[in-house]
Design a binder for this molecule. Structure first.
Ligand code: IMP
Ligand code: MG
Length: 211
């Protein structure tokens, strides 16, 4: 059951005051609250790695990173998978590949999903966030044209939104409220990827970084 894989962050989650954590000076006035501290992201990712290795049962994994927003999650997830591989009797051979997708402008999804790069079939795709699910569905139909043996999708976040197409990834880190989130490689017009925690942007910052 997919529910057992996910940690639900409630709509009325208050988050944590910014000054309880370390945040870059240049973003101090742009953020509202810390919603998922970096340490919690890491702890949840460690468990996802364990679930994935258990399910893969010795199959070779081609891990496909969906750039740019998925790069932190991908790197940390693979580090945990590597740690499991080198510290247990069972291990899963791993190769990596990278593609880039772009669909967002300001805080809105556009209908135009662009995909660049990638040269191998993929068994496991690592992604930042699923909102409507459109980006991932576009990507999956492209991957399926290569007839891979199996495709599994791990996404750190899934947004609870009425705009959802109903698509659910195989592995989910957290289910989050319908707010615009930044940090841990998630961006607002390319800003905030250099922020460790996942935070809510304030109104002022939406204007400040608007294009
Ligand atoms: P979807 O195609 O509607 O599922 O949108 C997924 C893509 O939109 C993600 O890969 C992100 O690039 C972007 N996105 C959606 N929600 C957020 C958010 O809260 N913060 C940052 N990027 C987001
Ligand atoms: Mg983006």
């Amino acid at each position: 059951d997919i529910r057992s894989y996910l940690e639900r962050i409630a709509d009325d989650e208050k988050g944590h005051e910014l000054d309880l954590f370390c945040v870059p000076r240049h973003y101090e006035n742009d953020l509202d609250k810390v919603i998922i501290p970096h340490g919690l992201i890491m702890d949840r990712t460690e468990r996802l790695a364990r679930d994935i290795i258990q399910d893969m049962g010795g199959h070779h994994i081609v891990a496909l990173c969906v750039l740019k927003g998925g790069y932190k999650f991908f790197a940390d997830l693979l580090d945990y998978i590597k740690a499991l591989n080198q510290n247990s009797d069972k291990s899963v051979p791993l190769t990596v590949d990278f593609i880039r997708v772009k669909s967002y402008c300001n805080d809105k999804s556009t209908n135009n999903v662009k995909v660049i790069g990638g040269d191998e079939l993929s068994n496991l795709a690592g992604k930042d966030i699923v909102e409507t699910g459109r980006t991932m569905q576009t990507l999956l139909s492209l991957l399926n044209e290569c007839n891979p043996k199996m495709v599994k999708v791990a996404s750190l976040l899934v947004k609870r939104t009425p705009r959802s197409s109903g698509y659910r990834p195989d592995y989910i880190g957290f289910e989050v409220p319908d707010a615009f989130l930044v940090g841990y490689a998630l961006d607002y017009n390319e800003y905030f990827r250099d922020l460790s925690h996942i935070c809510i942007l304030n109104e002022q910052a939406r204007e400040k970084y608007r294009v």
